[in-house]
Design a binder for this molecule. Structure first.
Ligand code: ATP
Length: 356
């Protein structure tokens, strides 16, 4: 059974439709990420679930319980939704100790003193903050402050944890470490997570499923593996992982690169259904292209226009006609030199028709 359910949820700010008829079911204990570029409606969606933002239309449920519905004029206030929240900004109260930062929401809920102490200590222990319980959070590092925010959210024993870019102010190393900590806490406490990020690696590492959004509209909802391996459209392909596109033209029964005359090898024939489109793209991941010997029948000829050593991998830019392709190979794999003519074979070409 779904834990959090959004039915045709829409949010308009004047003429801007920030979220357009979103339907979503998040399972109990699931880690669900919303991913997309800035302005695509992720935060607005999360704020509507939290109860900080009214819906323009649609309904939100937790289990069987309706929590928001403008049509029925029903709205459960945020403090009555049992959600923990952590946002990007370090939202800690500097004038209160770490302990009091965590205990405060429990005091507001008028819990018995023994229960407040137990829950606060447990949350501090889980986030490795017991040692600094009496300190001011102002003296903690960014990671420490975010741990306080996490502990405060944990202490209320939430059904759902709403996390909006909680790691984006941290340095990359700490970010990675805290991803694992969040997953460990989820296993321990069993809450569901709705996680907002524009960082695709973070979404892939954390999530059971990912929603990719563009301009308020869902593009795909799938497991990280399927979002990567079976991107629903060009936008999803380009947003997840590194991507490359070649513009292809289908004319007189043959495919050519846009602006070129020479036909493409047969292995690079666009699917029949796309041949009527005037915007056909051949998409490929840089790591899924091989260098083959020049003259290989299934290969595409180009010239290496840039070559960069990135440690474990070599990053090539290859000019094919008037277009560029990026190719990445392990540093031990043989590859062409800068300026050399080379031949590319696409190991897993994807085809898209239309701009999107
Ligand atoms: P970011 O990653 O930058 O936070 P986002 O994907 O979370 O982006 P939202 O903040 O949800 O996107 O914004 C979605 C759209 O709604 C944007 O066009 C934004 O300008 C608009 N918007 C959001 N909040 C308001 C508001 N209070 N008033 C007017 N427009 C708003």
């Amino acid at each position: 059974m779904s834990h959090v359910r959004l039915v045709n949820v829409t949010k308009k700010f004047g003429d801007v439709t920030a979220v357009n008829s979103l339907n979503l079911e998040i399972g109990k204990g699931e880690c669900f990420s919303m991913l997309g570029p800035s302005g695509c409606g992720k935060t607005t969606t999360l704020r509507m679930v939290a109860g900080f933002e009214d819906l323009s239309d649609g309904e939100v449920y937790v289990g069987d319980q309706l929590i928001s519905s403008p049509k029925r004029n029903y709205y459960l206030p945020p403090e009555k939704r049992n959600f923990g929240m952590v946002f990007q900004a370090f939202a800690v109260w500097p004038h209160l100790s770490v302990y009091e930062n965590v205990a405060f929401p429990l005091r507001i809920r008028n819990l018995p003193a023994t229960e407040i102490e137990k829950r606060t200590k447990d949350a501090l222990r889980s986030t490795n903050l017991l040692k600094v319980a009496e300190d001011s959070p102002a003296n903690l590092s960014g990671g420490g402050k975010q741990r306080v925010a996490l502990a405060r959210a944990l202490a209320i024993n939430p059904d759902v944890m709403l996390l909006d870019e909680p790691l984006s102010s941290l340095d990359p190393h700490l970010r990675e470490e805290m991803r694992f900590e969040i997953k460990d806490l989820q296993r321990k406490y069993g809450f569901s997570i709705i996680y907002v990020t524009h960082d695709q690696a973070e979404a892939m590492a954390l999530s059971d499923r990912i929603l990719v959004m563009k301009l308020g509209v869902v593009q795909q909802i799938d497991t990280p593996l399927d979002v990567y391996n079976k991107p629903a459209n060009k936008f999803v392909f380009s947003f997840i992982g590194l991507s490359n596109f070649l513009d292809i033209v289908w004319e007189d029964g043959r495919a050519t690169l846009r602006g070129e005359n020479a036909p493409l090898p047969e292995s690079l024939t666009p699917p029949e259904a796309m041949r009527g489109s005037d915007a056909i793209s051949l998409a490929s991941r840089p790591s899924e292209i091989d260098f083959v010997s020049v003259g290989d029948e299934g290969g595409l000829r180009g010239v290496v226009s840039r070559k960069a050593f990135l440690g474990e991998i070599i990053d090539y830019q290859v000019k094919i006609g008037g277009q560029e392709m990026r190719v990445q190979k392990g540093r031990r794999a043989p590859g062409p030199e800068l300026g050399e003519v080379c031949c590319l074979r696409f190991l897993r070409p994807f085809w898209y028709a239309g701009e999107q």
